[in-house]
Design a protein around this ligand. Structure first.
Ligand SMILES: Cc1ncc(COP(=O)(O)O)c(C=O)c1O
Length: 438
């Protein structure tokens, strides 16, 4: 079939045909012929209930008949108001909600907010960001500058702004002579030095709970809370990115609460609308928000906005979605499913090409290596992402790898039977691929 679509992160010459998905029902995606694949990556980590969940579809239909879009420039709308109230009730210490369309824009908003916060307070030299190595915050110029994954973004380096990158303690690759605890303390010491020796820092930015796209690195207990304290101590804004890790993915609604940390600014997206419509939010504390208040001529107001900021259809969907979280007690379901995933970790770890399995909640990263002892990542030359994808399809599952890491990120509400099907299929997929490449 001739297609005019250019796909993301895809060598188009190699992928000359794509499965055309025409329907989603429950955890399954269906093509034109009626063949189905289990959605093992929650359609890029955003699906909560599976596809075509009746309550959500009804909510969308109801709102579509009333108001599809009206802007937040000089007006407001009932659904944007209602959702913002729900969000500030959900997220401790947060005071106002700024709407945007996706995770990247929500993180752009957070960076601009931090920069202008300091300008409004007369501290104009505070323009630098400290971030963690291997963090990922989106694909726009600003967010690539913050979350710089070298293999993704090196081509754009010349136009990115320079951020100060601190080492984050990976549990898999610990420097010689260090325990994980030593490594964590070493990273924290360096971060403290950076914060104390530079007086031009606007904010410290990190993913909350775990780095996802940068390799599924789950922080050691207490790491995030200590950084939160360091930011307070050195009067630096603390920005958290919960786009991929909040709203239940790691087992708690608000991951920063579970991590005993307190951001000044925090972003949510992806699962906010259960993965049905694009919507993201950047929440600000009262301290941040108040710095933007004044007379119009002071020009202290926030210079940011999008056409679809606060889209009522997306907001109505998010309101219903968050109500369903309570109605179905999704967090207790996540707890059970997470325990099941954990029970399979040893079995996965023993596979020939698996170097490490990192898991928390409904997120699992399976790192594929060509040499277990040396922890050598499988080379991109092996086209592992394509081999895994094609093999997984034979097992009726949709998997997407990130480099050499197989991602299991199913919809939160996946049933026990389907989760077992997903893990079994993933194991068989890795076994079969390993036979082909070793
Ligand atoms: C932690 C994190 N932040 C930001 C983003 C960017 O979100 P989006 O793809 O919706 O722009 C992602 C996307 O995967 C993410 O994982």
């Amino acid at each position: 079939m001739h297609s005019s679509v250019w796909h993301p992160y895809t060598q188009m010459r190699e992928w000359n045909s794509f499965d055309v998905i025409v329907k989603g029902k429950g955890m399954w995606l269906y093509d034109k012929k009626g063949d189905r694949l289990l959605d093992g990556v929650a359609s890029m980590w955003c699906n909560v209930w599976g596809h075509s969940k009746d309550e959500l579809v009804q909510a969308m239909v109801k709102q579509t008949k009333k108001l599809q879009h009206s802007s937040l420039f000089n007006l407001t709308n009932d659904k944007a108001e209602e959702l913002a109230k729900i969000m500030v009730r959900l997220a401790p210490n947060m005071h106002k909600v700024f709407y945007s369309d996706d995770g990247s824009t929500a993180m752009e908003v957070s960076a601009k907010m931090a920069l202008q916060y300091w300008q409004n307070r007369g501290e104009k030299k505070r323009t630098r960001f400290v971030t963690l190595e291997n963090s990922y915050h989106g694909d726009t110029i600003g967010t690539m500058s913050l979350g710089y994954v070298p293999s993704f973004f090196s081509r754009y380096k010349s136009v990115l702004f320079s951020a100060i990158r601190a080492t984050s303690p990976s549990s898999y690759r610990i420097p010689n002579g260090f325990t994980i605890k030593d490594f964590e303390n070493h990273c924290l010491d360096r971060i403290e030095k950076t914060l104390s020796q530079n007086n031009n820092i606007a904010a410290f930015v990190m993913e909350s709970g775990a780095q996802v796209a940068g390799g599924v690195n789950i922080y050691p207990d207490g790491f995030q809370s200590k950084i939160s304290k360091l930011c307070k101590k050195h009067d630096v804004l603390y920005i958290l990115d919960e786009i991929a890790t909040g709203l239940g993915r790691l087992g708690s609604m608000v991951e920063y609460q579970a991590q005993k940390s307190t951001p000044d600014i925090v972003a949510f997206g992806k699962m906010l609308t259960a993965g049905y419509l694009p919507l993201a939010t950047t929440l600000a504390s009262k301290k941040v928000y108040d710095a933007f208040l004044g007379q119009y001529q002071d020009m202290r107001h926030f210079f940011h906005g999008h056409t679809f900021t606060g889209n009522p259809l997306a907001c109505a969907t998010a309101i219903t979605n968050l109500a369903l979280y309570k109605k179905y007690n999704i967090l207790s379901k996540v707890k059970k499913s997470s325990a099941y995933l954990q029970s399979r970790v040893d079995e996965i770890s023993e596979l020939d090409i698996v170097g490490d399995v990192r898991h928390k909640g409904m997120l699992m990263g399976i790192e594929l290596v060509s040499n277990k002892a040396r922890k050598t990542p499988i080379s991109p030359q092996k086209r592992i992402y394509q081999k895994i994808f094609n093999e997984a399809k034979k097992h009726k599952i949709y998997l997407r790898t990130l480099g050499h890491i197989v991602m299991l990120v199913p919809p939160l509400a996946i049933s026990e039977r389907e989760l077992e099907f997903l893990v079994d299929g993933t194991i068989d997929t890795i076994k079969n691929v390993s036979q082909k490449i070793l």
